[in-house]
Design a protein around this ligand. Structure first.
Ligand code: SF4
Length: 367
């Protein structure tokens, strides 16, 4: 299938541990733990769940020095890049840098005295740690709040430029930037404005405090989708008032929808109508639940009747078109054999999983 491709904004790559952000690197998906960081076992369990869901990077809140020590323990137990989320206190930044942080989320303009800013940046430089400047509409500097009266895209950009200027003056370019608001249009406008300055720093995308699983997913898909479709964005976090694992799943679904990254099943299904020849909704939902662990890129089309079934099935790796009394299965776009309604989910799951093992063995054969 021929789809228009997205020309990504040109950025210079930075490292978040072993993961590259920006340049030609794939757009990464990250999330943040919501456990108490000092409860190391619980936080570790959550990081493992995020890793299993496919997270490329995980951010952990480090509100105090005790949490910094816990962060160090986490670092020793996992191999996923970890970002330390720090506000204001440079001592925490220095400590997590010593303990192996892969990136610091800290706004240099909020650290205070220039000597403290320099100490943090020098430590990051010495240890090969990147920084994220994270501007948020909810915590703009007082003078910008006064100047703009209320958060605006221009205020977010002005705030970011101040932090950027500090790092520029310290000759440090290993940083990425985020400009988040809970309003979709403001966020999109802010990223566009900053991109238009010609800056080559990678962007971390997000709609902050987007809301619950449903409304937050919709807001994030629209806002991040608009930017990604324009080529803006190098890493993203979907912020949901929900299990962080959902953030990873939604993040990948957004990237998948734009053909920017392929991971897990791209499930195509019809909305159903009275022409359906089997219970499409039940089959699709059950299949999706059973295949949560399946990470190989694969397109599967489940269509209720011949109106759209053959057309979709021809473009899919595995396709099913509802018929009466039996349904036609397609493999790699070609009709294969008929299936009865009773065993549709079992048979589709078996075929999808065997498709994965066929590909794995082919990959092994080819080294
Ligand atoms: Fe209805 Fe067939 Fe269209 Fe599905 S593909 S919505 S069953 S007409």
């Amino acid at each position: 299938m021929q789809v228009p491709s997205i020309q990504r904004r040109s950025t210079h790559p930075i490292q978040v541990g072993k993961v590259t952000v920006g340049g030609d690197a794939p757009i990464t998906v990250q999330s943040m733990t919501n456990t108490n960081t000092c409860e190391v076992a619980a936080t570790l369990a959550q990081i493992h769940s995020l890793q299993q869901a496919g997270a490329d990077i995980v951010r952990v809140s480090v509100p105090n020095l005790e949490a910094a020590e816990a962060f160090g323990q986490l670092k020793q137990s996992i191999d996923l890049p970890l970002i330390a989320d720090i506000h204001f206190d440079h001592r925490i930044a220095l400590r997590v840098a010593e303990l192996g942080a892969d990136c610091l989320r800290i706004n240099p303009g909020n650290i205070g005295h220039p000597d403290r800013i320099k100490a943090v940046v020098d430590s990051a430089r010495d240890k090969g740690i990147s920084i994220r400047i994270g501007v948020n509409a909810g915590s703009l500097e007082k003078d910008l709040q006064h100047k703009y009266k209320e958060p605006t895209a221009a205020a977010l950009v002005e705030s970011a430029l101040r932090h950027i200027d500090i790092l520029d003056k310290l000759n440090f370019d290993q940083f990425k930037i985020s400009l988040k608001a809970s309003d979709v249009l403001m966020t999109v406008a802010a990223y566009r404005q900053l991109a238009a300055t010609g800056i080559t720093q990678p962007f971390h995308l997000g709609i902050t405090e987007a809301g619950s699983l449903r409304s937050g997913t919709v807001k994030s898909a629209i806002g991040l989708g608009m930017l990604l479709a324009e080529g803006i964005g190098d890493t993203l976090r979907v912020s949901l008032a929900a299990d962080p694992v959902q953030e990873i799943k939604v993040g990948f679904d957004i990237l998948k929808s734009l053909h920017l990254r392929h991971r897990g099943i791209n499930l195509i299904a019809c909305p159903t109508c009275s022409r359906q020849n089997f219970d499409v909704i039940r089959v699709v939902n059950e299949l999706e639940n059973r295949l949560e662990d399946y990470l190989h890129p694969l397109t599967v089309a489940i269509i209720g009747c011949v109106v759209n079934g053959p057309g979709e099935a021809k473009e899919a790796d595995i396709g099913l078109t509802g018929g009466d009394p039996q349904h036609l299965l397609y493999l790699n776009g070609k009709p294969q054999h008929k299936l009865k309604s009773e065993h549709l989910v079992d048979e589709l799951e078996r075929l999808i999983r065997s498709h994965q093992s066929t590909i794995s063995s082919l990959n092994q054969e080819h080294g």
